[in-house]
Design a binder for this molecule. Structure first.
Ligand code: NAP
Length: 347
């Protein structure tokens, strides 16, 4: 086991805003020491999630540093570098781990650094079958997939709409929904060239939805597939006009789960769906969902997620990896339309 250095490399944000090259630098910060019941983790791999972009812009409620500079990053995988006093013996030095939550992120101590202290109770071991590039994606996308299927109220055989079906999370939702929940999936994409690819990924139907001009055809397609009833629910992450497009295709008393804002934070929705048809809209956010559970429950759900990732039921997205020092370039690349891989920062 390598000696633990005094300082570490970190992706440091000095000011919020879209000029990443100006606001974000590669810095050297102290390596923290684990206290009682804590573990020092050598983080080796972390993905770039859309919420990291929102963090850099200063609009993500899960990243609210009290002062700058701060460190970006929502999740990652690493190995145990040192154990603090009073650890249970469940984990050993060198053990690869992922966290069931990263309490340090909200205060601005994110995972885009080499070392972090994490409570031992918040860590689970990762099996060798799951390489770092996959394991580092085990929290932020898979947990909402599992949680949202519990919340949406769809039974086996029902249809569920998944917007942005080509996203990393969308592809996991298709696979998990089909294989574990037994529902049928109607995906939406904004690029026609993605239709066959997302069908091949398991969606029963894929519809191109670019804006309100596609609303009528979308509703007609969903009603035709569901014998006129409508979909049981929607997992929706676009916002803007999308609730108004997908809502009328939801059956009476169905549910729209809003979990993202890829097209801005405002939404447009008609009053007919909730007022006369009992369609409801609920939000889903990973952190309160996890925090509402005991440490044991969080570990159990993450251990299940990891097993399902290994089994291919929650398929990790393919990755495009860069060194930690390439974070600015990775953030800039994230805005590319049609980017077909998740950026991962290594080192
Ligand atoms: N609430 C939670 O707890 C939670 C947790 C995790 C993720 N999320 C949300 O889940 C969503 C997906 O995350 P991810 O990591 O899977 O993302 P991702 O792999 O980066 O994919 C982003 C997707 O969004 C599509 N997209 C981007 N801007 C769009 C727009 N203006 N209109 C229509 N489609 C657009 C992209 O389409 P193209 O391929 O055409 O570019 C792509 O399919 C994000 O909104 C993220 O914030 C929420």
């Amino acid at each position: 086991m390598a000696a633990i250095p005094e300082t570490q490399t970190a992706v440091v944000i000095n000011a919020f805003g879209s000029d990443y090259a100006k606001n974000i630098t590669i810095g050297s910060i102290p390596v923290p020491k684990p206290g009682p019941g804590e573990v020092l983790l050598r983080i080796t791999c972390r993905p770039l999630n859309p919420a990291d972009v929102f963090s850099a812009l200063g609009v993500y409620p899960g990243f609210t540093p009290k002062q700058m500079p701060a460190v970006l990053g929502l999740e990652g995988v690493g190995s145990v570098a040192a154990l603090g006093p009073d650890c249970s013996g469940r984990l050993a030095v060198g053990q690869r781990c992922v966290a069931t939550r990263w309490l340090c992120v909200a205060e601005g101590n994110g995972t885009w650094r080499q070392y972090a202290v994490v409570p031992e109770e918040d860590l689970i071991a990762v099996p060798d079958e799951l390489p770092d590039e996959a394991a580092c994606q085990a929290l932020v996308n898979p947990i909402p997939v599992v949680g949202m299927f519990q919340e949406v109220g769809a039974a086996a055989g029902d249809y569920v709409v998944v917007t942005a079906a080509g996203s990393a999370l969308g592809r996991m939702a298709i696979s998990y929904g089909k294989k574990e929940v037994g529902v049928k999936i109607i995906g939406t994409v904004r690029r026609p060239e993605q239709v066959e690819e997302i069908k091949a990924a398991g969606a029963d139907e894929v519809v191109v939805v670019r804006g309100p001009e596609d609303a009528a055809a979308f509703k007609e397609k969903v009603l035709a597939l569901t014998g006129g009833k409508g979909a049981a629910g929607v997992l929706e992450c676009i916002a803007g006009d999308m609730p108004n497009i997908v809502g009328p295709a939801v059956r009476d008393n169905g549910t729209i789960i809003m979990y993202g804002a890829m097209n801005g934070i405002d939404i447009k929705w008609n009053v007919v769906d909730p007022l006369f048809r009992g369609v409801s809209m609920k939000g889903f956010w990973l952190w309160p969902w996890m925090n509402a559970r005991s440490a044991e429950e969080r570990r159990a759900v993450m251990e299940r997620v990891v097993r399902l990732m290994v089994a291919g039921v929650l398929p990790p997205h393919k990755v495009d990896s860069r060194p930690l020092e390439g974070a600015v370039e990775a953030l800039q690349y994230q805005a590319t339309v049609g980017r077909d891989a998740k950026m991962v920062l290594r080192g």
